[in-house]
Design a protein around this ligand. Structure first.
Ligand code: TXA
Ligand code: MG
Length: 343
């Protein structure tokens, strides 16, 4: 299959572009598009054959449900049995935005593959002009996981989507680099108190200001069988080919690099810009020091870049788990298998 990439932000004839993408979707095919978090791989959420194509293209296990994207709050009632008050409050505060709300699904409306047999569904309204224009033109809900092959980091650029899915999907809408760079927060409001199944751009603190107590299980707690989890969490998450070790930003990083090189390692360093002077084999920046927004936005690109080198070990600087740091450290700890560099 030939993959067509269309630049949407610079497109002079954008109405035609969206109509073209909608035609592909209505024909039961998939289209990759940017959101404010990461690129999504969309299919019409009520068309089971189309949704199955997402699983095929990604190589995604069929028991891992997809997030449904909508363009207006009004249409939510078509898919949800009863909208809990906590959900109403969250939608008002955070939609459009990086918050997926898990609620009880109306039966028989969405394609069975979307919910992977669960009685609940995760829904969000993305805050990106391209995603919203696509949804408004389509006037149907879009099931869309991140547009990467399973086991790869989520794509934050159209080039990342092409790296993974060129020749496998018909169309990529290229809207440039996504803003947040990490997947949305997944909040289950069918539980009392509500539980964060995956940390993201909308933090626990932000949620608690709107709906009161919210639980956010730690890694250790998530290992316990009884802890509520997103089905996707049981699958191995992306780790670069070379082992990743976390290191404190305040540690003597130059000394760590030197010691590893003396042992014969080729070292890739993922760190704030201020470390670019460290003499290391490969350097990929997280952005300005103490800037978690930039760190989140650059993390997946930096991890992908490591796999394009012959580094034998990767050092990545950690950040505090406050605010956005919770989502960043969640992804970094997974990539590192929770290993820390020891002097
Ligand atoms: O930011 C995002 O959320 C991106 C963009 C494209 O919107 N999408 C995304 O989708 O990250 P995906 O499929 O890569 O991650 C969806 C996560 C998975 O961990 C899945 O298990 C969980 O959400 N999930 C989906 N439906 C669920 C449900 N009904 N109950 C619990 N977890 C659910
Ligand atoms: Mg994903």
């Amino acid at each position: 299959m030939k993959t067509e990439t269309i630049f949407v932000d610079k497109n002079v004839n954008s109405k035609k572009t969206y109509a073209h993408a909608v035609d592909i979707l209505n024909a039961g095919q998939v289209v990759a598009f940017p959101t404010e978090t990461v690129y999504g791989l969309g299919a019409v959420a009520t068309d089971d054959t189309a949704v199955k194509r997402i699983f095929e293209a990604k190589g995604r296990p069929s028991d891992n449900p997809l997030i449904v994207h909508i363009g207006t709050i009004e249409e939510l009632k078509n898919y949800i049995e009863e909208i809990p008050q906590a959900a109403e409050k969250c939608m008002e505060a955070f939609w459009p935005g990086p918050l997926t709300i898990v609620m009880k699904a109306k039966s028989g409306v969405l394609a069975p593959s979307v919910t992977a047999g669960l009685s609940t569904v995760g829904i969000r309204m993305p805050d990106h002009p391209v995603a919203l224009e696509l949804l408004h033109t389509l006037q149907k809900p879009l099931a869309a996981p991140s547009a990467n092959r399973s086991g790869k980091p989520s794509p934050t650029k159209a080039e990342h989507v092409a790296e993974d899915l060129e020749g496998i999907i018909p169309c990529i809408l290229d809207g440039g680099t996504t803003g947040i760079g990490l997947e949305s927060t997944v909040l289950d409001v069918t539980l009392h108190p509500p539980v964060i199944l995956r940390p993201g751009g909308v933090t626990k603190e932000m949620l608690e200001r709107v709906i009161g107590t919210v639980l956010e299980p730690t890694h250790e707690e998530q290992r316990v069988e009884a802890t509520p989890k997103a089905p996707g969490m049981k699958y191995t998450h992306y780790a670069p080919d070379a082992p990743v070790f976390l290191i404190e930003e305040t540690a003597d990083i130059a000394a760590a690099v030197e010691s590893l090189q003396r042992q014969g390692h080729k070292v890739a360093l993922l760190a704030p810009k201020s470390y670019e002077e460290v003499s290391v084999d490969y350097f990929f920046t997280f952005g300005e020091e103490h800037n978690q927004e930039q760190m989140g936005a650059n993390l997946y690109d930096a991890l992908r870049n490591c796999d394009k080198t012959d580094a034998t070990i990767i050092l990545a600087t950690a950040t505090s788990k406050e605010g956005m740091g919770s989502a960043i450290m969640n992804r970094l700890e997974k990539a590192a298998g929770e290993k820390w560099y020891k002097f």
